[in-house]
Design a protein around this ligand. Structure first.
Ligand SMILES: Cc1ncc(COP(=O)(O)O)c(C=O)c1O
Length: 414
C-alpha cells in the first residue's frame, strides 16, 4: 500500500484515467461510479475469463471460485504459518448472516453495532432474532465510537460489529481491546473497505487488512464496491480453521458431503462467472484504491479554504481507500439546509451525488415496534442531515474533480 504511486506508474498503460487520456473526453457526463470506463481498460481479460467459464460449464463451485478465493487470501496477507481463510458467498448481506450463524449466537444475545450504516449490517442481526444495540459514531471518522460501545456492554452482549464506513477502518485497537476484556466476538463489516488497513499500534510499520483483525470479517463484491463483480458477490474471512469450515457448510445448505446436512445453512454461493471477473480485477485493486485516494487528495485541496465544508478526516492509523468521498456541510444545527441547497445545485448541474445515509437505522420503520430501547445518537442524527458524497471512482480526472468542487462551492456562496 505504501507503493500506491509506484503502482499507478507501473500500470499506466493499463488505465486509471488521467487528464488528456483520449479515452475520456473532458465533457463526458459525470458518473457517481464509472464501471463502464473501468471495464474498458480490462475488457480483453474480463471477456476471456467469462468465456472460459461458459466454455467449461463449471458455473457453480467451479475452479474459478477456488482460484479467486486463494488469490484473495494471499492478497489479504495470508501465508503458510498464518492462513486467512476466505469463504465466498452470494453477497455481503449473506456474509454477515453466515458469520453470525457460524458463531452460534442465540436469540436475545446482544450485538453492538453503529446505526450510521447500510441497512444490511443491522438487518441480519434482527433476522437471526439477535438483539441489535445501536451506538453512536465518531464525528470525525464516522466509524463506531469505542466509548459508546463500552457504555453499551451488558452481560448479554456477545459480539461487536464495527463497520469500516466509506473505506476507513474503525478503531480496531480499542474495539479488539474491549472484545478481549469482555470476551466478545468481533465481526468486521468490510463491505466498503477492502484494502483499507489499521495499525494496531501507532508504531506499527504496516497495518492489518480490514476484515482480518476480528473473529470474522465480511465483505461485499456489489458492482460499485472497491472490488466489484458484475453482479452480486460476497465473502467471509477468518483465521480460525474450524470457523471457516462451519462458514463453508452454512453457505452450502449446512453440508460438506452431498446430501448430508449437518447443520441448518443457506444457499449462498459466489458463482463462477463472478469469481472469474473478480479474479481479473483483484490484481488491479491496489491501483484502483490508489486512484480513489488520488481523487480524494485532489478534492481535499479544492475544498481546503472552504469553511462550510469538512473534508473526510483520515485517521493516522488507517489507510483510507475512499469507497466514498463524503463531505459534512455547515455546522451542527444548520447543515440540513446547506445540504439541500448543494444537492439541488448539483442535480441542476448534472452532477451525481449520494447521501449515505439520510436516515439512521434506529429510526427506520423496520426497527420500530420491536421493543428495542434506543438511546439518543446525536452524532448519527446530525450526520444524516449534513453528509453528502461526491462522485468517487477509478476514472475521475482532475477536470472532473475541479468541476464538481466548483459546483459545490457555487451552491455554498449563493
Ligand atoms: C456497510 C455495508 N454492509 C453490508 C452491505 C451488504 O452488501 P451486499 O449488497 O453485497 O449484500 C453493504 C452494501 O452496500 C454495505 O455498504
Amino acid at each position: 500500500m505504501e507503493n500506491d504511486c509506484a503502482y499507478i506508474a507501473t500500470n499506466s498503460t493499463r488505465g486509471y484515467l488521467r487528464d488528456n487520456d483520449p479515452a475520456m473526453p473532458q465533457d463526458a457526463p459525470l458518473h457517481m461510479v464509472d464501471l463502464k470506463g473501468q471495464y474498458a481498460h480490462i475488457q480483453e481479460d474480463i471477456d476471456q475469463a467469462v468465456l472460459n467459464v461458459i466454455r467449461s460449464g463449471a458455473f457453480i463451485q467451479g475452479p474459478a471460485v477456488k482460484d479467486f478465493t486463494e488469490s484473495l487470501s494471499k492478497w489479504l496477507g495470508a501465508h503458510e504459518e498464518d492462513p486467512i481463510h476466505v469463504v465466498p458467498c452470494a453477497n455481503g448481506t449473506d456474509a454477515l448472516q453466515a458469520a453470525f450463524m457460524a458463531l452460534g449466537l442465540q436469540p436475545g444475545d446482544e450485538v453492538i453495532t453503529p446505526s450510521f450504516t447500510y441497512i444490511a449490517t443491522v438487518e441480519v442481526i434482527q433476522l437471526l432474532r439477535l438483539t441489535p444495540v445501536m451506538v453512536d459514531v465518531d464525528p470525525h471518522t464516522f466509524t463506531m465510537d469505542p466509548q459508546s460501545v463500552e457504555a453499551a456492554i451488558t452481560p448479554r452482549t456477545k459480539a461487536i460489529l464495527p463497520v469500516h464506513l466509506y473505506g476507513q477502518c474503525a478503531d480496531m485497537t480499542a474495539l479488539n481491546g474491549l472484545a478481549k476484556k469482555h470476551d466478545l466476538y468481533v465481526v468486521e463489516d468490510t463491505a466498503q473497505a477492502i484494502g483499507s488497513t489499521w495499525k494496531m499500534a501507532s508504531e506499527d510499520a504496516t497495518g492489518s487488512m480490514a476484515g482480518t483483525m476480528g473473529t470474522i470479517g465480511t465483505t461485499s463484491f456489489f458492482p460499485s464496491k472497491n472490488l466489484g463483480a458484475y453482479g452480486d458477490g460476497g465473502a467471509c474471512f477468518t483465521r480460525d480453521a474450524a470457523l471457516a469450515e462451519r462458514l463453508r457448510m452454512i453457505c452450502n445448505h449446512g453440508s460438506r458431503k452431498r446430501y448430508e446436512h449437518e447443520i441448518i445453512g443457506m444457499n449462498s454461493r459466489l458463482d463462477s462467472i463472478q469469481a472469474a471477473i473478480l479474479g481479473v480485477k483483484l490484481p488491479h485493486l491496489h491501483g484502483y484504491n490508489a486512484a480513489r485516494r488520488s481523487a480524494a487528495d485532489r478534492y481535499d485541496v479544492l475544498f481546503e479554504d472552504e469553511a462550510l465544508v469538512a473534508t473526510p478526516v483520515r485517521h493516522p492509523r488507517s489507510h483510507h481507500v475512499f469507497h466514498q468521498y463524503t463531505l459534512v456541510l455547515g455546522s451542527v444545527g444548520d447543515g440540513a439546509e446547506r445540504r439541500d441547497a448543494v444537492a439541488a445545485h448539483l442535480s441542476q448541474s448534472g452532477i451525481p451525488f449520494g447521501i449515505y445515509y439520510p436516515k439512521p437505522i434506529h429510526k427506520q420503520g423496520a426497527f420500530m415496534g420491536l421493543g428495542l430501547d434506543h438511546p439518543d445518537l446525536p452524532v448519527t442524527d446530525d450526520l444524516t442531515r449534513r453528509v453528502i458524497s461526491l462522485p468517487m471512482h477509478t476514472e475521475l480526472t482532475d477536470a472532473h474533480t475541479l468541476r464538481i468542487a466548483e459546483t459545490v462551492r457555487e451552491a455554498l456562496i449563493s
